[in-house]
Design a binder for this molecule. Sequence first.
Ligand code: FE2
Ligand code: FE2
Length: 280
Amino acid sequence: MRFDLRVIVENSALYPSMWSQHGLCLYVEMDVGSDRKRMLIDTGQSPEVTVHNIDALDLGFDDLDLIFLSHGHYDHTGGLMGILRRMSCRVPVLAHPDIFSPKLKGHPFLRFIGPPFSRAQAEYAGAIMLESTGPIRIAKNVMTTGEVERSVPFEKVESFWTIKDNLYCPDTIPDDQALIANIEGKGLVVITGCAHAGVINTIRHAQRIMGVEKLYAVIGGLHLMDADDERIASTARALLELDPSIVRPGHCTGQKALSHLQQTLGDRCRPLATGDLIKL
Ligand SMILES: [Fe+2]
Ligand SMILES: [Fe+2]
């Protein structure tokens, strides 16, 4: 099975023709039977940057079969309307329904960090919203995780807020999910947006629902930028035990966690950058 992943938007850029921005957008091209299918995982933060980079790579918009939103934060959903405007047909958009629940940061000042559009606006622009709390099968051996079961004690969600039943309360970001694939002969690929559910929780959940133990690759944001040393060390230890061949952290992983992961995992861990092509 061919499964190629191109980084459309990430915080850091290596290639002069591409723009970078805090956010994430990944382009996946896979062979499904005799067909070639193309999908986006997240859409970056702003239409201008995401659309510019898709044009720079000459990928085309009308070839997109699917858009998957890993969660409702602005830096993953903000490019959607720009992409839809460039498409001449409607496109299925997979997401958890809670991407549209209030997404807030409380410090230093109350800030809305959810999608810069409503469900109705996305649909009007051409999105066919497919909302599910559980996993969705995309192709043979490729699926979304749905809500991630959380059992790892050191992986807690902190400093996000929402409003539920008219009350301001901590947001555990239940909408956070990953795209997973089982590559024959290699093992499980786990592609995260921010991994707010915790990367180890996400991997274990993926192993359970896919029925595959062997972890091959972990790619995406690991949201460890505000994590303390203990959580970073525990994550690195757990990843070492899971023994993946490829680890490509980026976006919200944070420099301290990235260095620690590289120390622990050696050569198989390399940071993600805008423009990277990863052939799995
Ligand atoms: Fe993020
Ligand atoms: Fe996020």
